[in-house]
Design a protein around this ligand. Structure first.
Ligand code: TRP
Length: 336
């Protein structure tokens, strides 16, 4: 985390919520990409635990989710020697800048956020102000680090747009305070769908437990879920998202864990049944996850290492982000 290496590399910021156990979709779609960006970019990666309480959390479960996800991301290859991997709530500048930016964000523009509308419908009994201003906290996360690039899921692109709007508005009033970040959906990230309803994204809220594979699922559970995956009747392993969403999804997963192209997979499995193919995908996933699961088991027991790692990262993030916060406050007129 030397200052020198930082200067040369563009800055990346991204975050993930500790809102449950990591799915295979999270891993292949987002986290693998986080890991691969660490050499080319100077990366700030956060557990967005402040965002998570916009939906009510059980304290015990919440704490466990934070610890588990921190250990699991380290196990996946997020490398604290290369990147600043911290816990959002450890760095108070996030809450502070979020308040300031709230006053530069319009009710009308937040009302248009589709995620807010979806979540209000889903949690009709708890439409709290935090849920409404969630994108402002996200803008604070990103702008504090003067991030150049922000890899996100497609569902977060609208939040990136509002981040840019807020930053542009603030800069328009006060001069150049924030870097205008560029959000993007990583091209090499696999879009993993439910194994049971392949029209929908793989998600922990899947009604059918067999639709979603977790990174920490036992090998036999993973095999069972793949063997039960929904396919179709024409018995051909062929990439065709429109007509064969189930098989196409399995091919996407297989391709992500083996590096094989669709053409190679099609030719390897031509004339063989779906049974063989599902077994091959399951086994490849099990082998891919095995070292991650082993690392996780080792790290989660080493609380001292985890604490040392997140403390160091939070110290660095706090120092780095304070510069931006101070600058914004001075511009507004605060006495520092
Ligand atoms: N809202 C993001 C999600 O749920 C997580 C997140 C919080 C984030 N702050 C961020 C992502 C800043 C990118 C940048 O996926």
């Amino acid at each position: 985390m030397g200052e020198r290496t930082m200067e040369k590399k563009p800055i990346v910021f991204s975050a993930i919520q500790p809102s449950g156990t990591m799915t295979l979709g999270n891993y292949l779609g987002a986290i693998k990409n986080w890991v691969s960006m660490q050499d080319e970019y100077f990366c700030f990666y956060a557990l967005a635990d402040l965002h998570t309480i916009t939906v009510r959390q059980d304290p015990k479960e919440f704490r466990k989710n934070i610890l588990d996800l921190y250990a699991l991301l380290l196990a996946c290859g997020v490398d604290p020697e290369k990147s600043v991997f911290f816990i959002q709530s450890h760095v108070s500048a996030h809450s502070q800048l979020a308040w300031l930016l709230n006053c530069y964000t319009q009710f009308g523009e937040l009302s248009r956020m589709t995620q807010f509308k979806d979540k209000s419908r889903k949690h009709a009994d708890n439409i709290n102000a935090g849920l409404f201003t969630y994108p402002v906290l996200m803008a604070a996360d990103i702008l504090l680090y003067q991030a150049d690039k922000v890899p996100v899921g497609a569902d977060q692109l609208q939040h990136l747009e509002i981040t840019r709007d807020i930053a542009t508005r603030f800069n328009g009033l006060y001069g150049n305070v924030f870097k205008i970040p560029e959000g993007f959906v990583p091209k090499n990230g696999a879009r993993v769908m439910s194994l049971q309803t392949p029209e929908n994204k793989m998600s922990k809220s899947d009604e059918n437990v067999n639709g979603c594979v977790y990174v920490l699922d036992k090998p036999e559970t993973i095999m069972k879920k793949f063997k039960r995956a929904i396919t179709d009747n024409d018995a051909q392993v062929r990439f065709d998202p429109e007509n064969k969403p189930g098989i196409t999804n399995l091919m996407t997963i297989y391709s992500a864990v083996t590096g094989l192209t669709s053409e190679q997979i099609e030719s390897d499995f031509s004339g063989r049944g779906y049974g063989d193919f599902k077994t091959a995908v399951g086994e490849a996933v099990v082998e891919n996850l095995r070292p991650i699961q082993n690392e996780y088991e080792r790290i989660i027991k080493d609380r001292a290492f985890m604490e040392e790692t997140w403390t160091k990262a939070a110290d660095f993030a706090a120092k780095f982000s304070q510069r931006t916060l101070d600058k914004a406050m001075k511009k507004i007129g605060y006495i520092l």
